[in-house]
Design a protein around this ligand. Structure first.
Ligand code: IMP
Length: 424
């Protein structure tokens, strides 16, 4: 295997981190291709919990090189914090092991302030962003006023770019009636970050291409989920980058390799944070049960923001579309154990026709989902390690997902530990 792309097949938070962790055991390079610290990966190894937002989770394995690719937007303060916490956990983090693309863009305090100001100004129509400055950083990139990591190689130039960026933001913040940024203090602080991070800046396209040419195993680690994709998601309630498999190539700056697989990670039910359409959304007791009460690391509360996630039944229609658009070759199914004890499990296979609606993702009115119902199971499945040992009803639900989407379910997680994954 050469390139293995791992993407979220829903609205993010599918549990990509644990699968990237599983697959990285055999990887040489693990590369993030889009997004920023709006992503959050929780990985549990024994009693230790690692929360990563930017650094590819596969860096935990000593043989890997981690790449943060050209399509990403990086908050240097968050990155430095993650580097420190990994070091404290005994992971070696140095410029030989971690590479930042020279073309990646920097998130500055200006982007975070603008994110907050814009959301406030939208009132009820707000997107519900993570307030990490993601949108404004991609706006700066698209309007060609962004700061690239390449700029860190010339500190005087970096200072000039950063000052311009902050001055421009202050003009915009004034229009929103928001507090201006303290320019001098931010510039001094960021000059320090620039100096520390400069040795990590590299030509990551070449690094990944060389690895692929040498037959090495590269994992492209997606962020967010396909339904949050700027082009193909529930616009405007999306993130500002492309979360799909095709962007692994663009965001890393590589050509289509000879050998490639695309793993879609999907939860056995549906969640989303932030605003926007959600045809299979549930309220009440069932939603609370699936969400958990927040006492467990794995309950449905945001890794990045702590917000309670919206909950629903698995939307097969959206999943099938994501599978086709992204050429999914395998599915990794997460949280099958959470469904234990639920008498009837619903799976959306269609919607009631609604006038003027082509895509449920863009519907302005509520769309009614049509479900197929499956019998549940009572057994605790958290210790099951073989497919054959799963209750028959659990097998039937998994097989139905597979048949409906036309993509084999290769892995099934039944608990948070590394060992709690069934491989088929
Ligand atoms: P932004 O990416 O912070 O601009 O947020 C845009 C939308 O994407 C909001 O609805 C966020 O809640 C959502 N979002 C961004 N990153 C993630 C993620 O990693 N998981 C789930 N939702 C996310």
């Amino acid at each position: 295997m050469t390139l293995q792309i791992v993407i979220g097949a829903q609205w993010g938070d599918e549990g990509k981190g644990r699968f990237v962790d599983l697959l990285s055991a055999k990887a040489d390079v693990v590369a993030r291709f889009a997004g920023g610290d709006n992503a959050g990966h929780t990985i549990r190894i024994g009693d230790d919990v690692y929360k990563l937002h930017l650094i590819p989770s596969g860096l935990i394995y000593p043989q890997t090189v981690g790449v943060i690719g050209s399509g990403t937007v990086i908050n240097p303060l968050v990155l430095l914090g993650e580097m420190d916490s990994l070091r404290e956990a005994g992971v070696v983090v140095n410029p030989d092991r971690l590479k930042i693309s020279y073309a990646a863009h920097m998130i500055t305090p200006a982007h975070m302030a603008l994110d907050r100001a814009r959301e406030t100004s939208l009132g009820k129509a707000k997107i519900g962003t993570t307030a990490r400055g993601i949108g404004p950083a991609y706006v700066d990139k698209a309007r060609r006023s962004g700061i690239q990591y390449n700029d860190l190689l010339d500190l005087a130039f970096f200072e000039e770019r950063l000052t311009q960026n902050l001055e421009q933001a202050n003009r915009e913040l004034e229009l929103y009636g928001a507090e201006p940024l303290a320019l001098a203090a931010i510039v001094t602080e960021y000059m320090g970050y620039a100096e520390t991070l400069a040795p990590y800046v590299a030509d990551t396209s070449a690094i990944v291409m060389d690895a692929l040419d040498a037959g090495k195993h590269v994992i492209a680690e997606g962020a967010q989920g396909a339904l949050l994709d700027i082009d193909h998601g529930s616009y405007p309630f999306v993130t500002s980058s492309s979360c799909g498999a095709a962007n692994a190539l663009v965001g890393l700056g590589i050509a289509t390799p000879d050998e490639m697989s695309v793993v879609g990670i999907v939860k056995t039910f549906q969640t989303r944070v932030g605003s926007g359409p959600f045809p299979t959304e549930l309220e009440g007791e069932m939603a609370s049960m699936l969400r958990g009460d927040g006492s467990q690391q794995w309950d449905e509360f945001g890794t990045t923001t702590g917000r309670a996630r919206r909950i629903g039944w698995l939307d097969g229609v959206l999943l099938k579309r994501v599978a086709r658009m992204n050429g999914l070759t395998e599915l990794g199914l997460t949280k099958l154990d959470v469904l234990s004890g639920i008498p009837e499990i619903k799976f959306c296979t269609d919607y009631k026709p609604a006038e003027g609606v082509i895509s449920p993702l863009l519907a302005r009115t509520e769309i009614e989902a049509i479900y197929e119902t499956f019998k549940g199971w009572d057994e605790d499945i958290m210790d099951v390690t073989n497919w054959e040992d799963l209750p028959k009803n659990a097998q039937e639900y998994v097989l139905a997902i597979e048949a409906y989407c036309g993509v084999p379910v290769r892995w099934i997680s039944v608990g948070p530990e590394r060992s709690q994954v069934i491989c088929r």
